[in-house]
Design a protein around this ligand. Sequence first.
Ligand SMILES: [Zn+2]
Length: 125
Amino acid sequence: MSNLPIKQLVHDVLFQLEDSEPSELISCLNCRQAITATNYRTRVNDQHHHRFVNPDGIIFDVCCFHSAPGTIINGEATAQYCWFQGYRWQYAHCEHCADQLGWFYENDRNEAFFALIPSALSSKN
Ligand SMILES: [Zn+2]
């Protein structure tokens, strides 16, 4: 499993169960395309929000989601410079405007998640 269809995202947000926590869409800051939703948040290594420094010394904040239907996944999966041990990563771009919004991670046990850049998205990450 790599991603849910965007119809599923919109459906999940519009037709929420009354007893579940209210969910809100999270959109691409550049083009406002719906990307994911607050109820798709997940924890990886016990944290939703992670901060990393890349080999060039640039700080990245990322937030983890189990699905991001508004993205497309690009590039060859690689474990090089991987921030999450045991995972391979690919780029996650906005399906509409192609801005990079983060990365898609998957391991050998078919566990997968998206690490998205909060500053590239609308609020409520
Ligand atoms: Zn976009």
